[in-house]
Write a protein that binds this ligand. Structure first.
Ligand SMILES: Nc1nc2c(ncn2[C@@H]2O[C@H](COP(=O)(O)OP(=O)(O)OP(=O)(O)O)[C@@H](O)[C@H]2O)c(=O)[nH]1
Ligand SMILES: [Mg+2]
Length: 369
C-alpha cells in the first residue's frame, strides 16, 4: 500500500473527493523524479494554502483504540490556547491504560509572564484524575522544549503522537524527526498513520480525533484558517455596564447581570481573526442578525454556517477574580474584577467551562508582549 507522505492517506487515482487522490500520471512523474509522494490535497495545501474538504473524513478513534497497545509510550498532545477543545473524554478513555506523557504545545501564544512552572501546575490540576508520567511544554514555532522531549522519547522503541485535530502533532513529529509531514492551520490535515524515525526510535503521527464541541469545528476550511491562532493571541479589556452585550464573533454572545457598584473588568483572549463587538442590550438582537458573519466573525460569511442552522443554548455562570470562562475552539475570558453573573449564548454542542485562571491577573501577567 502506498501512502501519501504528507498526510498518511492511502494513495488512489479514482476519486478526487476521497482522501489520498492524485492523478496517476502526476503520481508516476513525481515518483520517477524522486520527489516526495504527495496526494493532491497535501500538494495544494502546501503550495496554495488551500485545504479541500474530503467527502469521507473517518474518525480515527476506533482505529486508535485497536493499535494503542502496540506502542511503548503514547504522547498525548494538547494546545494550551484551547485546553477545553484539546481534552476529549472519549480519547482519555482510549488512553486510560496506556503509559503516556503529555505535551502541552503552542506555549509561545500565551502571555510571556505566565511561567513554565505555572502552566505545568495548572495542567496537573486540570488533569488530576489522569495517570500521566510526565508533562512537557513545547512550542514548535519557537523550537522550545523539543530537545528535552527528544531526549525523553529516545529511550523508547516505538512512540505515537495522539490528540484532537490541529493541536500540533504533525508539527512536533516534524520537529523531532525531520520528516516532511503536512502541517496546515486546517483541522483534519493528517489522514492516516505515518511512520517517521528519530535515531532508533520510531515516531508515529496520527490523524487528529474529530470533534464537534469546538467553535472551529463548525466552520469551513478557509474560515478555520482565520480563527486558529498562528502567531499571536489578541487580548481585549472590557468594563461593561449592566445593559451591555458583548459579541465574540457571531457565534458567542455574553449578557451580564450584576448589582455591585464596581463594574466588572475582564480580558478576552482569542485569535486575531475573532472580532469582538460591544453594544447596547436594546440593539443587540438586531445587530446580531444583521452583522452575523459580517462584522461578527466567525463565521466568515452569513451562510456558512447560518445563524438559523444552530440550536443555541444559554448558560449562566458566576465569575470572580481568579476565574476564567473558556469557550472551546474560540478563546477565553479572564476576570480582573468581579464578582458578576454572565450569560453565554452559544451553539448547543460547544463546550463552555468555568475554570481556575491560567493567566493570573494579579501578577503583572497582563503586559502586552
Ligand atoms: N503558534 C504555534 N502554532 C503552532 C505550534 N505547533 C503547531 N502550530 C500550528 O498549528 C496548526 C496545526 O498544526 P499541525 O501540526 O498540522 O496539527 P495536527 O495536530 O497535526 O493537526 P491534524 O493533522 O489536523 O490532526 C498549524 O498552523 C501549525 O503551524 C506552536 O508551537 N505554536
Ligand atoms: Mg497532523
Amino acid at each position: 500500500m502506498v501512502k501519501c507522505e504528507g498526510c498518511g492517506a492511502q494513495i488512489q487515482h479514482e476519486d478526487g473527493k476521497k482522501p489520498g487522490y492524485v492523478p496517476k500520471d502526476v503520481f508516476e512523474k513525481r515518483k520517477a523524479q524522486g520527489k516526495q509522494l504527495l496526494c493532491q490535497r497535501c500538494f495544494r495545501a502546501r503550495h496554495y494554502g488551500k485545504l479541500e474538504p474530503v467527502r469521507f473524513r473517518s474518525d480515527f478513534s476506533e482505529e486508535l483504540s485497536k493499535i494503542v497497545d502496540g506502542f511503548d509510550r503514547v504522547v498525548w498532545v494538547f494546545d494550551i490556547t484551547d485546553f477545553e477543545g484539546s481534552y476529549d473524554p472519549l480519547l482519555a478513555d482510549i488512553l486510560r491504560n496506556s503509559e503516556k506523557i503529555l505535551v502541552i504545545n503552542k506555549i509561545d501564544l500565551l502571555p510571556r509572564a505566565v511561567s513554565v512552572q505555572e502552566i505545568r501546575d495548572w495542567v496537573r490540576g486540570r488533569l488530576e484524575s489522569e495517570k500521566i508520567e510526565d508533562i512537557y511544554l513545547t512550542s514548535t514555532t519557537r523550537k522550545y522544549g523539543i530537545t528535552r522531549l527528544a531526549n525523553h522519547l529516545s529511550k523508547f522503541q516505538k512512540v505515537v503522537f495522539v490528540g484532537m485535530t490541529n493541536v500540533g502533532k504533525s508539527s512536533l513529529v516534524r520537529a523531532l524527526t525531520g520528516a516532511n509531514v503536512s502541517v496546515t492551520p486546517f483541522p483534519g490535515t493528517t489522514m492516516g498513520l505515518i511512520k517517521a524515525q528519530m535515531g532508533k526510535t520510531l515516531v508515529y503521527d496520527t490523524p487528529g480525533i474529530i470533534t464537534d464541541h469546538r467553535v472551529i469545528d463548525f466552520l469551513p476550511a478557509n474560515c478555520q484558517k482565520l480563527i486558529v491562532p498562528q502567531k499571536h493571541l489578541s487580548r481585549m479589556t472590557f468594563k461593561p455596564d449592566n445593559d451591555r452585550v458583548i459579541f465574540m464573533g457571531g457565534m458567542c454572545r455574553f449578557d451580564f447581570d450584576f448589582t455591585t457598584q464596581l463594574l466588572p473588568i475582564f480580558q478576552i483572549f482569542a485569535s486575531e481573526g475573532v472580532k469582538f463587538h460591544m453594544t447596547d442590550l436594546k440593539k443587540a438582537d438586531e445587530l446580531w442578525k444583521r452583522q452575523y458573519g459580517k462584522l461578527l466573525v466567525p463565521p466568515c460569511t452569513p451562510k456558512e454556517p447560518s445563524l438559523e442552522s444552530f440550536r443555541w443554548k444559554e448558560l449562566e455562570f458566576d465569575l470572580d477574580v481568579k476565574n476564567e470562562l473558556a469557550i472551546a475552539g474560540l478563546g477565553w475570558l479572564s476576570v480582573r474584577r468581579g464578582p458578576f453573573k454572565i450569560k453565554v449564548k452559544i451553539p448547543e454542542q460547544v463546550t463552555v467551562r468555568k475554570r481556575v485562571a491560567l493567566v493570573n491577573p494579579y501578577r503583572g501577567g497582563m503586559r502586552d508582549d
